[in-house]
Design a protein around this ligand. Sequence first.
Ligand SMILES: Nc1nc2c(ncn2[C@@H]2O[C@H](COP(=O)(O)OP(=O)(O)O)[C@@H](O)[C@H]2O)c(=O)[nH]1
Ligand SMILES: [Mg+2]
Length: 399
Amino acid sequence: MSTSHRIGLVGKPSVGKSSFFNAATMNDVPEGAYPFTTIDPSVGEAYVRVEDAAPEFDETSTPSVGYLDGDTRFVPTKLVDVAGLIPGAHEGKGLGNQFLTDLNETDVLIHVVDFSGETDLEGESTEGHDPRRDIDFLEEELDQWYLGVLEKGINRYESGYTTEDDAIEEELAEQMSAFKTNEDEIKRLIRRVDVGFEPEEWDDDDKLELAREIRKETKPMVIAANKMDKPQSQANYEEITSDPEYEHLTIVPCSAHAERALKSADKAGVVDYRPGDGDFEITGDVSGEQEEGLEQIREFLSEFGSTGVQPALETALFDVLGVVPVFPGGANGLGNERGEVLPDCYLIPDGSTAEDFAYSLHSDIGDGFLHAIDCRSNRQLGKDYEVEPRDVIEIITTN
Ligand SMILES: Nc1nc2c(ncn2[C@@H]2O[C@H](COP(=O)(O)OP(=O)(O)O)[C@@H](O)[C@H]2O)c(=O)[nH]1
Ligand SMILES: [Mg+2]
């Protein structure tokens, strides 16, 4: 078992959310390797790549979830196609409510944006639409939704429903609990926007700024600049990535179409392609037309390094949400009693300690924690040791 996170795909209609979802979840893995069984077609399994640690121990790992391709582990994560974003969603129009409920079940968002500018805000076909408007639109939509909930919390506080001792951060944390926030976080964010702790002194701008800060913290987001296989997309990408107003964003160039084409061709035995790679090999018979299509994709890969689908997922999880992969190991070889070698790879919050890691394995292991061992160096680690990406750690317990 590894800790599972939910990456949500959001964006207006027709930007390629479903295409991205299908490309990312179309995985040629053996049946039974899926830890997530679901009847909801909008939830699927995608993978993030982690360089395997077993070769450093002259071993070959046998992942219990996900799979191994060469020296790369493909570690499962949940991907959700959160369809239904429409203008005015925060007011509960149309699919709005379901959209917001689904959104709250995700840990990190990939905002899929059509960089070709060929869909308008409603998802209808057009020309010359500025993708920056989509970026702004989604952020403003989320901010308005947060603001509405924030204002409810302020009203409750001011109308004295709470006891006198209750601090504003306590009231807001309770009101905004669906956003997976807490008192400490709210307190920290109130300090960051520097509005003071007296809500009666907050003006509309202060409230919006605070709502925005809470949104940014609880809905971390990466932008997938999709349809980059179109020439107009590349022009927009150049312009937007050099616009200082958009400098703070993480934008990953991407072609859901290219990923899907390569995975299909790989399945059909026509090419040898490993998701995320910057190249592939043609291994089967292809028609002239197929070959031309594949060579166009190859050009895309050499320009952008990959189709962008894997990097978008990995940027979301590793950089934006901030998780680190850690392998539970054994100091006397990596295998367990069942003969599995390094079967698990956990994705845990960065900043986690050895003790946190023990708790994520099992509460009994956390409770009985004595010390940890770095399996590479055989050095002992205390409970406060902060884990690093790809650590291989054995936990020694009292029981
Ligand atoms: N050129 C190009 N078209 C794409 C790409 N991804 C999606 N599309 C097209 O964009 C349209 C909308 O895609 P869809 O996945 O249904 O969008 P959704 O409404 O956001 O789920 C379809 O015609 C797709 O074929 C891409 O990477 N490149
Ligand atoms: Mg769709």
